[in-house]
Design a protein around this ligand. Sequence first.
Ligand code: LCV
Length: 259
Amino acid sequence: MSLVRTDFSGAIATITLDQPAKRNALSTALIEELIEALSRCASENARVVVLRARAGVRVWSAGHDVSELPKGGRDPLGWNDPLRHLVRSVEELPAPVIALVEGGVWGGACELVFACDLIIASPTATFAVTPARLGVPYNVSGMQTFMNACSLRIVKEMLFTAKPISAERAERLGMINHVVEASEIEAFVDALAADISKNAPLSISVMKEQMRMLAGANPMSPRRFERVQGLRRIVYDSADYAEGIQAFLEKRSPNFIGR
Ligand code: LCV
């Protein structure tokens, strides 16, 4: 059974996350279908892609499938992690991707949404970045995605508290483009997508790629990168990382000890 649906209406594609039983957790299987759907949008020259969950969901996506995270001793968000592939696929797609968000967005799914080009959310939408809740050392490019989404102080609040922020506050902070009532959000996104699809696709795709390169142009020396990787290894090799994953799987609160 498909975990993702793809529909085309002229030059506009809509990809729907469709695994409500697992709250659209970003498992390898679901991510592979998402990447395949994005690739199909590119091959069919879609001019806009709308990424959404089923209408009216309480949870847009529960984030990385925690059961697929390594138990320790290996980078949980390394270059080849499916979530990393997915974020790059969104960023490198020539067509703009509009995230239509209803319900809660958790952890790595926040990075997926923030990697989209525009974000339209209903008032029910919330955004929670959760590495600290699991004891995970988020990866460098993911941190850059968050830092490009809003001010450093807000990113620190979201990362250190792991608490959800509301769509209304996210809009006020410039983290999302519009908050639109659930009853109107589909028509709003359709009109936005139609406006974009009437413009020059080559111009748009090149401007999207320029902004990706400029936004990611963070001169980090090899020495600094190695230091970051060394620090991250301390975290994913820690007892706290193992405890965070185990506590989630056992559906209990974690007891972090700071090592
Ligand atoms: C696997 C899940 C998940 C899930 N994985 O429904 O950003 S980082 O670094 O943290 C990164 C590593 C990351 O993204 O980590 C994941 C961060 N995500 C979260 O912390 C959210 C975890 N999920 C929840 O808090 C709840 O599931 C929410 C609030 C999303 C929905 O609550 P609700 O009561 O509606 P359940 O918790 O009952 O979940 C329904 C089924 O989905 C599974 C969960 O285990 C359950 O499966 P079973 O029915 O088999 O028990 N599920 C939910 N989230 N991230 N599986």
